[in-house]
Design a protein around this ligand. Sequence first.
Ligand code: ZN
Length: 177
Amino acid sequence: MNRVASGGSSTSTKCGYIVRSILRDKEFENWSSLPSKGKGVKLFDEEKKLNKWFFEKKGLTDAEWKTTIKMIGNVAPVRGIPGRSKDGYQCRHCSTETETLAHVLGSCPHDFLLRNTRHRTIRSMIAKELQKVGMETREEIHCIRNNRSTARVDILAWNAVSKKVTYWIQLSGWRLQ
Ligand SMILES: [Zn+2]
């Protein structure tokens, strides 16, 4: 139908907007009420401000953008999702645990080196940002805690002028020596 020819372009555009909005909300409710595959979808609704990346794709390749959406929506291709695999839920690489996203990203021994590299990359990114605002930083500093045990701090950052330590950053918990 030609909206201009019907003489109601503004009204039909407004109606179309309202109908799309209702359908979008209804579909969102359906998706987020799914027992497994809708688990993380509520996050889109809870953090509307942070959802800008969803439309802008800033800093992400197409593949990364799609994977991020799958990970948040709990539909990433891991065996732990019901109905995803005919060969069982066990991890394809270590076979010791259920293959969930948390296992793949956080604890599977197969990806240990990748996790270590990710940790170092993120640590260096944070250190560089601190240096941009005039701070001095050191990474992977060996320290002694109050209880006399040793530990390694990921980033130690201090004001270059006053020499006062401002940040004591640990990305993934203390590591005992
Ligand atoms: Zn594994």
